[in-house]
Design a protein around this ligand. Structure first.
Ligand SMILES: Cc1ncc(COP(=O)(O)OP(=O)(O)O)c(N)n1
Ligand SMILES: Cc1nc(C(=O)O)sc1CCOP(=O)(O)O
Ligand SMILES: [Mg+2]
Length: 272
């Protein structure tokens, strides 16, 4: 995905590719389907199996996990961008290794396209994948490397048809193993779990345990992203649990020392 080998460039904006071995999804689609069955409680409420059988926090210790590339940083833009944000982004990306940057703006199309034009070259010059949030059509319009889709942002199939096989398509999966398996089967390039910690950037009622990352990396080669309230001080358990990427917004853009210093601190955590 956004990644280990993100190779974004101005000339070939869609060239951020996942290593081939990260592309295939789950090892066994048969077990995937079995695990995602749904049951009906006596009350009539339909629940997924995962709600009935919580994950054993020690799950990962009983399985050998394949070695994966080290965890990388995935930056999420602030919700509102100041006039000098292109410079702020450049400072952030120069602070340490960053795999991807997501443009996450909730204003109009014109705002997204204007900022994409300003920020994409900053990312491309540094080999950082440029991902557009929510909208495959806008990702296509600006030649982004990919799109991040929430559960209400359209299907992976439609985004793939529009953006092509090289595009990086990520899917929000909250705290749900079921959603992650569905996303993988639909052809996503990464699954995102969150929010792991309190965050004011995007209120979330979902609070996964870090063990969901361990579970995912045990059953799937597809990269997983951890998001939500992540700081340099609280990232380590998520990295240890298996996150392939940590996605961060406020801890970088809100750092009083500046975004570059914040990225450098994350780099130190990821290197340790
Ligand atoms: C990497 C990553 N993970 C999760 C999200 C959240 O997406 P979504 O649930 O659609 O919410 P919004 O960000 O659109 O408000 C994300 N953007 N990126
Ligand atoms: C955009 C987003 N999605 C989340 C999810 O749980 O899916 S949490 C989140 C906010 C991430 O920003 P910060 O690093 O400032 O908490
Ligand atoms: Mg969304």
């Amino acid at each position: 995905m956004v990644a280990a080998t993100a190779r974004s460039s101005a000339a070939t904006p869609s060239s951020a590719r996942a290593p081939k071995h990260w592309r295939c999804s789950t090892r066994s689609s048969r077990s995937t389907r079995a695990r995602s069955e749904r049951s009906e409680l006596p009350s009539g409420r339909v629940v997924s199996e995962e709600e009935l059988i919580p994950l054993d926090p020690g799950f990962g210790e009983r399985f050998a996990r394949e070695k994966r590339p080290p965890c990388q940083l995935y930056l999420i833009s602030p919700p509102v961008l100041g006039d000098d944000f292109a410079d702020t982004l450049a400072a952030a990306l120069d602070g340490g290794p960053v795999a991807a940057f997501q443009l996450r703006l909730k204003g109009g199309d014109a705002d997204v396209l204007r900022w994409a034009a300003a920020l994409q070259p900053v990312c491309a010059a540094r080999d950082v994948a440029f991902i557009v949030n929510d909208r495959a059509d806008l990702a296509k319009a600006c030649g982004a490397d990919g799109v991040h889709l929430g559960q209400g942002d359209g299907s992976v199939a439609d985004a793939r048809a529009l953006l092509g096989r090289e595009a990086q398509i990520g899917v929000t999966c909250h705290a749900s193993r079921h959603l992650a398996m569905e996303a993988a089967e639909a052809g996503a390039d990464y699954v995102a779990f969150g929010a792991f910690y309190d965050t004011t950037t995007k209120p979330s009622e979902h609070r996964p345990e870090s063990s969901i990352l361990t579970w995912w990396t045990t059953i799937s080669q597809l990269p997983c992203v951890a998001i939500g309230g992540i700081t340099a001080a609280n990232a380590a358990p998520l990295v240890a649990a298996g996150a392939d990427f940590i996605a961060v917004s406020n801890a970088v853009w809100g750092d009083p020392r500046g975004a570059g210093a914040a990225v450098a601190e994350f780099a130190a955590v990821l290197a340790s």
